[in-house]
Design a protein. Structure first.
Length: 239
């Protein structure tokens, strides 16, 4: 089982300091929502974000949308070899049910995440929600899942190959991988301090969803070879 944790995800409701900005109010009015309920989105709120701390790492829900579609649609996930978590820059953890089928449409995805931040789970009150939001530190998550080895895939890590990384992961009982789900910049020192190793798999910066797909494919090949079994039919998906 591979624990894939998207860290410092650029995913959050519009912060209180800019809820009255014209670009935010215009977006909220168009969608029939309160300004505090809409997701921060740089493509719509760029002018409002200029004074926000760490603005270069915020307001990109599309990045985690792409990454989650890659991960949840993979054979590794469909066959029970993957668990996915999202850690947000604001200090929340999102637990993702492996059978979740997310909307392909970006606006529908944003609506789903807005509901998640408002109600704490999707569907609200479900015994087994597709998505569950909790205020939790990344360290607490690692302790909770019992991670035995953690590697951060980052362009600021040491040079290495994905094959090398995946072989090490395969040798661990409960490995975890960090992938930054934001637009640019280094992982925070606090995040990196939780990793046993930090590896750069390419000489240049790669998009987070590209790293996600390549990691899952390489790990899946080794995982399937170790089990010495053909691919199994996918389980029913939950929407």
């Amino acid at each position: 089982m591979l624990n894939l944790i998207f860290v410092e995800a650029a995913l959050e409701p519009v912060p209180g300091s800019i809820v009255h900005h014209p670009s935010v109010r215009r977006d909220a009015r168009r969608r029939g929502k309160d300004p505090s309920e809409v997701l921060l989105d740089r493509s719509l709120h760029h002018a409002a974000m200029k004074g926000l701390p760490k603005a270069h790492k915020r307001g990109r829900p599309d990045i985690i949308h792409f990454c989650l579609l890659e991960a949840l649609g993979s054979p590794l996930n469909l066959e029970g070899g993957l668990r996915v978590w999202v850690h947000t820059l604001g200090g929340y953890i999102i637990e993702v049910d492996p059978q979740t089928r997310l909307p392909r449409d970006y606006n529908r995805f944003k609506g789903l995440i807005e509901q998640l931040f408002e109600r704490g789970s999707v569907p609200p009150g479900a015994e087994r929600p597709l998505l569950r939001l909790r205020r939790m530190e990344l360290r607490e998550l690692l302790e909770g899942i019992g991670a035995t080895y953690v590697v951060a895939l980052t362009s600021h890590g040491r040079g290495g190959s994905l094959e090398e990384v995946c072989r090490r992961l395969m040798g661990e009982e409960n490995p975890a991988v960090f992938i930054g789900a934001y637009q640019k910049g280094e992982l925070e020192g606090e995040t990196l301090s939780l990793a046993d190793d930090a590896v750069s798999i390419y000489p240049d910066v790669l998009d987070a969803w590209v790293v996600t797909s390549r990691l899952i494919y390489d790990f899946e090949r080794l995982w399937r070879a170790s089990s010495n079994s053909p691919p199994s039919p996918s389980a029913s998906r939950r929407t």
